[in-house]
Design a protein around this ligand. Structure first.
Ligand code: ADP
Ligand code: ASP
Ligand code: MG
Length: 403
């Protein structure tokens, strides 16, 4: 049995016209295949649901996930209904109905298991399973969500579970570009990209694919394609690095405004302090990203600066203020107006001078670097948020990515 997984994002299901367009694509792909179609909520809906949660300042994980995942219920109902009108054997399925089992982490749950046999059972009666993305159920029987943008991960996890022939991610752009095409008008579509590069791009802000979906695709060596639901062009294939003939030194520039900076000044400069600070944050399930430590002018104390996602800054600050009482420190400052800019490329592994060009380009624009972090194929810098667009555009130009 040939199974293909198709996933459609929010803009691709934004209204009835768009959902009819999705039905056309589904009809075309059907042939003799079985299809799993994963949908997001209509564009803007999940944001609105999050606003309601913020308005009542709800800290109830159980309720919050129930609210957040409700948008997908509407779109799968609409698409499946339209498919039935076209005499296609389709069934809409919520996460718990399959079920998609996740861990207990609300708001950013991880998928633990999908029962392949149940999927095949549904395929005995139906040709198209229309699945709600972004949601699952944990072992306590509670609804969980996979983190914003998580429908991509639902699609890849399903594709891995049934060893699908393909997993196509339909979105509002024609593929993965050398930078966000919505802020860099000269950004170019990339035809083929290695899993590793895509992973770095997603995790540094290129929201075109949910980071976890790339991790899962890489682990299962799945063919992943990102393409537009509107134009009929072929998109970007995310593939095994060994199959890449040309390795670009820099493939893309990404940015994330979803960062907050915490600086703790005047801490004792002695062994064990970092272990204590980051241990507390790890126990609180906080994702710490960039870290810089330096000695204060007095030569006795130190300052430590690090970043966390915006959504975790309040809880991180609370944890630190409550638990650092036994450590002497002068001040704890937070700053949400920062942005992380990253350049990513497989060829960086064997080439020098990439960092030099990055720092020089930013210096020429008088942009100050607040923190730096690197991997074998990525360099990230933290800067003042107001320079985001200038930084991304000038780096895109400096590395000749519009060519
Ligand atoms: P969907 O709702 O289909 O899941 P998303 O909004 O999550 O769509 O992702 C698509 C968006 O990702 C694009 O509209 C684009 O603004 C943004 N994006 C950021 N970086 C990139 C990139 N390097 N290539 C393509 N799109 C990118
Ligand atoms: N609707 C969810 C969100 O907006 C999931 C997704 O779009 O992937 O985050
Ligand atoms: Mg998305």
């Amino acid at each position: 049995m040939n199974v293909i997984v198709l996933k459609f994002g929010g803009t691709s299901v934004a209204d009835i016209n768009k959902i009819n367009n999705v039905a056309n694509i589904v009809e075309k792909q059907l042939n003799n295949n079985k299809l799993i179609v994963v949908l997001s909520a209509m564009a803007g809906v999940t944001n609105q649901l999050q606003k309601y949660i913020d308005e009542i300042k709800s800290e109830e994980n159980l309720e919050n996930d129930l609210i957040l995942t409700s948008g997908e219920n509407v779109t799968i109902g609409l698409l499946s209904s339209i498919l039935k009108q076209r005499n296609i054997k389709s069934i809409p399925l919520l996460g718990w109905q399959l079920p998609i089992i996740t861990d207990e982490n609300h708001i950013k749950a991880k998928i633990l298991n999908i029962d392949k046999k149940r999927i095949y059972k549904f395929f005995e009666k139906f040709d198209v399973l229309v699945l709600a993305g972004f949601q699952g159920i944990n072992l306590n029987g509670n609804i969980t969500s996979l983190g914003r943008g998580g429908s991509d991960t639902t699609a890849v996890a399903l594709a891995a579970a049934v060893d699908a022939e393909r997993c196509d991610i339909y979105t509002d752009v024609e593929g993965v570009f050398s930078s966000d095409p919505n802020i860099v008008s000269k950004a170019k579509k990339i035809n083929k990209l290695a899993f590793e590069e895509m992973l770095e791009m997603s995790s540094t802000g290129a929201k075109v694919l949910h980071t976890r979906s790339v991790e899962l695709a890489m682990k299962n060596n799945l063919v992943l394609q990102v393409l537009s639901s509107i134009t009929k062009k072929s998109g970007t294939f995310i593939i095994d690095e060994k199959k890449l003939i040309e390795k670009e030194i820099v493939s893309g520039v990404s940015y994330s405004k979803n960062e907050s900076k915490i600086t703790i000044s005047g801490i004792p400069d002695k062994p064990g302090i970092s272990a204590q600070i980051f241990g507390l944050l790890a126990d609180g399930n906080i994702n710490v990203d960039m870290i810089v430590q330096n000695i204060s002018q007095d030569g006795v104390s130190a300052n430590i600066t690090f970043t966390v996602p915006n959504s975790e800054i309040n809880i991180a600050t609370k944890i630190l203020e409550e638990n650092l009482k036994n450590i002497k420190y002068d001040s704890l400052k937070t700053d949400k107006n920062v942005s992380k800019i990253s350049v990513v490329g497989m060829g960086m592994m064997s080439q020098s001078g990439v960092a030099k060009k990055m720092f020089k380009t930013l210096a020429n624009k008088s942009i100050n670097i607040l923190a730096i972090s690197t991997s074998e194929i990525k360099i990230s810098v933290l800067i003042d948020e107001k320079f985001t667009k200038t930084a991304v555009q000038s780096l895109h130009e400096a590395y000749n990515l519009e060519k």
